[in-house]
Ligand binder design. Sequence first.
Ligand code: NAD
Ligand code: UFG
Length: 346
Amino acid sequence: MKTNSKNILLTGGTGYIGSHTAVELLNAGYHVTIFDNLSNSKIEVLSRIEIITGAMPEFEQIDLRDEAELSKGFDKYSFDAVIHFAGLKSVGESVTNPLDTYENNLLSTIYLLKVMRKKAVLNLIFSGSATVYAIPETLPIKENNVLGADCPYGRSKLMIEEILTDLSVSDPEWKIQILRYFNPVGAHPTGLIGEDPSGIPSNLFPYLSRVAQGVYKELKIFGSDYKTSDGTCIRDYIHVVDLAKGHLSTLSRLDHSSGMEIFNLGTGHGYSVLEVVKAYEKASGIKIPYIFTERRKGDIPISYADPTKAEHLLGWKAEKTIDDMCKDAWNWQTKNPNGYIKKKKE
Ligand code: NAD
Ligand code: UFG
């Protein structure tokens, strides 16, 4: 196994994207420490990571909104960089309960930055989102496209980007990389870690997986009258393992960069909802029943990235196909029909 003496803190590291990133970092020989309050993830993730990599990350159950606990956590370790995944990500919940999203996402980030500054850990990678872009006037979406989020979740991400910009201007010692993820989907090819949403999934892939599994009788496709080739919305789906690898490349970039930089992480290709359904049917061998319903409020018709900046400056490019994404999502679903919780034997 490769070794690398660097210790990287992953906030929210037991979550969907964080756990896949932990695997890639451990495989590359980094030390990994996770701070997570387990509000949207399970402790079982840690042993799954260990099975895949042979290494167990350090873990502290810390709520980032507790500045004193966070500071104590930093006292226990010496970090070279922080990847900040922790946050609430549900668009729907952010609309019905905006204060929770703003409180969690903004306070967590502010306390994290304060503690990082106090402990002189000034290297940060932040989980941004393509949701910060306004309805694109030009496609593909470049990093300098017009910004304008239309839900509290998206606005919390935009506000954090502004905080990071101000911080970077105030002190050139900070090195900050913002990664704007497009639509992360799929799971680790081992089927040991994957996306495990609580309640009824609101995103396409986990919902589709449950329709294929027979939990829900059909997929509701939100809108069939968009100005796209088949009338359904187009998104840039990116395999979560490719996305995780993007963080490895960004860590290397931190060593040679200064100030703040922003990168799109996507494949550069868009697929319509119907095209995803077809690919999922092919991967699972299961016919997916679907119906068309009203458009979902806030959905934009077409979104896909221009990932060339990441390719040129990070030396990173997504490699996995839509078929890989569907195959690995289905593999995770069949191996973990109840997510990380195993049903007790009768
Ligand atoms: P996730 O919910 O699976 O992981 C987030 C983790 O953060 C969870 O383990 C949760 O327990 C933890 N957390 C939340 N609030 C916390 C707090 N106050 N203190 C400590 N831990 C806390 O989400 P994910 O899909 O892995 O997303 C990771 C990041 O990427 C998030 O910031 C999200 O907004 C961003 N992002 C996700 C997507 C996506 O579609 N999954 C797209 C764009 C951006
Ligand atoms: N969709 C359906 N039926 C469903 C779920 C989704 O038709 O049951 C459609 C949506 O209308 C959309 C597409 O599938 O056209 C993808 O929807 P998702 O909810 O999976 O993803 P979004 O593009 O809406 O948003 C996701 C994350 C955001 C993130 C954004 C980044 O939920 O957090 O990608 O682009 F910010």
